[in-house]
Design a protein around this ligand. Structure first.
Ligand code: S3P
Length: 459
């Protein structure tokens, strides 16, 4: 085995050699080789927040007038949302403003969408299909929406229930999977209590509520990200936001405006954990979104002893943004359960990696939702930890990783899941030799610049 902490090297190799009727074609998913790092230094900027980008694309399209969206996510998921909005008749283009790319969306107004000429394609994006269905359910036309092989296996009944209660008519495969055929109808407001902690279901219900007659109330037992509520308020909706309860009056007209998307804290999480576990690191992450419904990660890490400093904070479009400084520190580990699990649901793959490097290990409970993400993340986390020689016990709704473990060089399989590809690339930085990340191209679902950024700061 090569010594620990030799120079970081990455190589990209075509991975899937697929045989189609005797032809040899190179698949579009790439392998990456990630070698151990001796430290991470410098400044990192991450793509615009994926959740906020989806919401701005949808809401700006149904607002009146133009919205200039700055720092729109470069991730493939958010391009899927834009493509769907274009198929529905919304116009947009990317323009240059002071040397930066700005997405200009020409809003069509609340009644300006057109029937799509083909099936809408949400790609890998649960947020696109679930949130957009709320808008589609209220249009005066029929639309069909589907996604890739991962998305068509993910549960949709969770949105069908509130939408049907509002008067929508939707056909789903086996009553629960995409493709969905949505017969747009006149909707009425409902008072709905979310049975699962899901910002996508909350958002879907609110977006339908925007068109519904009367008031829509959404109650959530556990607080989830509130970007839809904040964006709706910002664009002029009649909305009242309480802790775990939102009231929205239907019929309000939204107005386009300049919008700035903060950096994605769930993308920053990979670099934050990398800096914590690779000795001698000191990293600054700029313009990170610090909405309080997203910063539980920072609270949890700080509570475990991590050195993370907030250098600057400001508010733009109702969202907080700031710079973070992260330095290597001993992290205790601990238990994540209950509401805390829901608040870091996207960060659990990278927290699992941190857990193995922590002093006391990590226990994750109440995480049944992890089994319903882009992959069954309890299984894909555990399988890849084991490949690296790291012990882990799984349960139906969580897992346990003992601390003070070493990562062995291994071949990792992202299984096409962006967060698994990135989390285990960070584990690879701490391994005792170069690792191959199979299907590393999946990272571009949320962070196409991930490997390039890693190369810039890892030595
Ligand atoms: C998201 C909500 C979460 C999260 C997903 C993005 C959103 O999903 O996992 O990556 O933008 O609302 P659920 O709402 O299904 O928990």
């Amino acid at each position: 085995m090569p010594p620990i902490h030799h120079d970081l090297r990455f190589t990209t190799t075509p991975s899937t050699i697929a045989l189609h009727n005797g032809d040899v074609t190179i698949g579009d998913s790439m392998n990456e080789q990630v070698s151990p790092a001796s430290a991470l230094h410098g400044t990192v900027s991450v793509p615009g927040d994926k959740s906020i980008s989806h919401r701005y694309a949808m809401l700006a399209s149904i607002a009146q007038g133009d919205s200039q969206v700055h720092n729109y996510s470069t991730g493939a998921d958010c391009q899927s949302t834009l493509a769907c909005m274009r198929s529905l008749g919304a116009d947009y283009e990317f323009a240059e403003q002071n040397g930066r790319r700005v997405l200009v969306i020409h809003g069509k107004g609340s009644n300006g969408l057109k029937p799509p000429w083909a099936m809408l394609d949400a790609g890998n994006s649960g947020s696109t299909i679930r949130m957009l269905s709320g808008i589609l359910a209220a249009q005066p036309f029929i639309s069909r929406i589907t996604g890739d092989e991962s998305l068509v296996k993910r549960p949709m009944r969770r949105i069908l229930t509130p939408l049907t209660n509002m008067g929508a008519r939707i056909e789903a495969t086996n009553d629960q999977f995409a493709p969905l055929t949505i017969h747009g109808s006149r909707l009425r407001g409902i008072d709905y209590t979310l049975p699962v902690a899901s910002a996508q279901v909350k958002s879907c219900t609110l977006l339908a509520g925007l068109y519904a007659e009367g008031e829509t109330i959404v109650r959530e037992p556990v607080a989830t990200r509130d970007h839809t509520e904040v964006a709706l308020r910002e664009l002029g909706a009649d909305i009242t936001i309480h802790p775990r309860l939102v009231r929205l009056r239907g019929g309000a007209r939204l107005t386009g405006k300049p919008l700035f998307v903060p950096g994605d804290i769930s993308a920053a999480a990979f670099f934050i954990v990398a800096a914590l576990i690779i000795p001698g690191s000191d990293l600054i992450v700029t313009n990170v979104g610090l909405n309080q419904t997203r910063t539980a990660l920072l609270d949890i890490l700080r509570g475990m002893g991590a050195s993370i400093k907030l250098l600057r904070i400001e508010e733009v479009n109702g969202e907080l943004i700031g710079n973070l400084e992260v330095k290597t520190s001993p992290v205790r580990g601990g238990v994540i359960e209950g509401a805390a699990t829901a608040s870091v649901i996207d960060e659990i793959p990278i927290l699992a990696v941190l857990g193995a490097a922590s002093e006391e290990g990590l226990v994750v409970r109440d995480a049944a939702e992890l089994r319903l993400k882009e992959t069954d993340r309890i299984e894909t986390i555990a399988a890849n930890l084991r490949r690296m020689g790291v012990g882990v016990e799984t349960a139906r709704e969580g897992f346990e990783v003992p601390g003070r473990q070493k990562f062995q060089a291994a071949e990792i399989d992202s299984c096409g899941d962006h967060r698994i590809a990135m989390a285990f690339s960070i584990a690879a930085l701490a391994a005792n030799g170069p690792c191959i990340i199979r299907d590393a191209g999946a990272a571009s679902v949320s962070f196409p610049e991930f490997f390039e950024t890693l190369r810039e700061v890892a030595r």
